[in-house]
Design a binder for this molecule. Structure first.
Ligand SMILES: NC(=O)c1ccc[n+]([C@@H]2O[C@H](COP(=O)([O-])OP(=O)(O)OC[C@H]3O[C@@H](n4cnc5c(N)ncnc54)[C@H](OP(=O)(O)O)[C@@H]3O)[C@@H](O)[C@H]2O)c1
Length: 237
């Protein structure tokens, strides 16, 4: 895909990997609708990136709010080309200690929110004559279990099955679906999720560059899944 003038939707665009990906896409002259709950954080990104970044304060767990935004933004003549399902929530703890609300928040954001956004996007992509691309940001914890991570793993394993099934379903509609499973990334995710960070984590910009490469592959090439991790997460930098 040539990214110039393409229309992208990125969830969780207010910081971390989502913000880095928004920046990388704007540098490629794409138009980015950046979704997140915190309007102030989105405004800062908008002032840094300019008019090509359109801030959309939306909670992806609120289906009516999501549907309203799609209906007032897209039409049968204005379609998204790219969807990056990046917004995610992570909380860790023993199964008998993790508060139910945290389980619910992870399922609501990582699975239900992704479903609301994707199911609203696909009808527009099906009308788009150009090849479209959906990228779902999973986690290495969607490929392997980890102690005190059952809820987060359940959502990210779920994302993996969702992506693979969707990829088979949408390939003949000219819509690619890729799942990316990163290891630890240096973002606020760690400080807010209650697990220990490492000294040498993956950098959001480097993963954003990988996403750009994945999007720029020829139309008839599908990268369906990538797992990536720091080579030496404990190295002192
Ligand atoms: N950091 C890591 O080590 C790591 C490793 C593997 C995979 N991942 C995955 O990578 C993705 C990005 O993570 P990150 O590290 O960049 O996390 P982050 O810094 O915590 O950012 C999360 C983003 O998601 C948004 N968000 C959360 N809930 C939302 C909701 N209900 N509606 C709309 N937006 C919402 C947040 O914005 P608001 O709070 O303003 O809504 C924020 O922009 C996530 O899916 C995460 O699971 C992260």
């Amino acid at each position: 895909m040539i990214l110039n003038s393409r229309i992208a939707i990125i969830t969780g665009a207010s910081r971390g990997l989502g913000a880095a990906t928004a920046e990388a896409l704007v540098q490629k002259n794409a138009i980015v609708y950046g979704l997140a709950r915190r309007a102030d954080d989105l405004k800062v990104i908008h002032s840094n990136l300019g008019e090509s970044f359109i801030p959309i304060p939306v909670d992806i767990t609120n289906k009516p709010e999501v549907d309203r935004w799609f209906q007032t933004t897209f039409s049968n003549r204005y379609w998204p080309d790219i969807l990056i399902n990046n917004a995610g929530s992570g909380n860790f703890g023993k199964i008998d200690e993790l508060p139910f609300e945290m389980w619910q928040q992870m399922v609501d954001t990582n699975l239900n929110g992704m479903y609301y956004i994707t199911s609203a996007t696909v009808p527009y992509m099906k009308q788009n004559p150009k090849t479209c691309h959906i990228i779902n940001i999973g986690s290495i914890l969607g490929t392997t279990g980890r102690t005190e991570s059952s809820a987060y793993c359940a959502t990210k394993f779920g994302l993996r099955g969702f992506s693979e099934s969707l990829s088979y379903e949408l390939r003949y509609e000219g819509i690619k679906v890729s799942a990316i499973h990163p290891g630890s990334i240096e973002t606020r995710f760690f400080s807010e999720s209650g697990i220990k960070s490492h000294s040498n984590m993956l950098q959001p910009k480097d993963i954003a560059d990988l996403l750009i490469h994945t999007l720029e592959t020829p139309d008839n090439m599908l990268i369906d899944e990538i797992t990536l991790r720091p080579l030496n997460p404990k190295k002192l930098t």
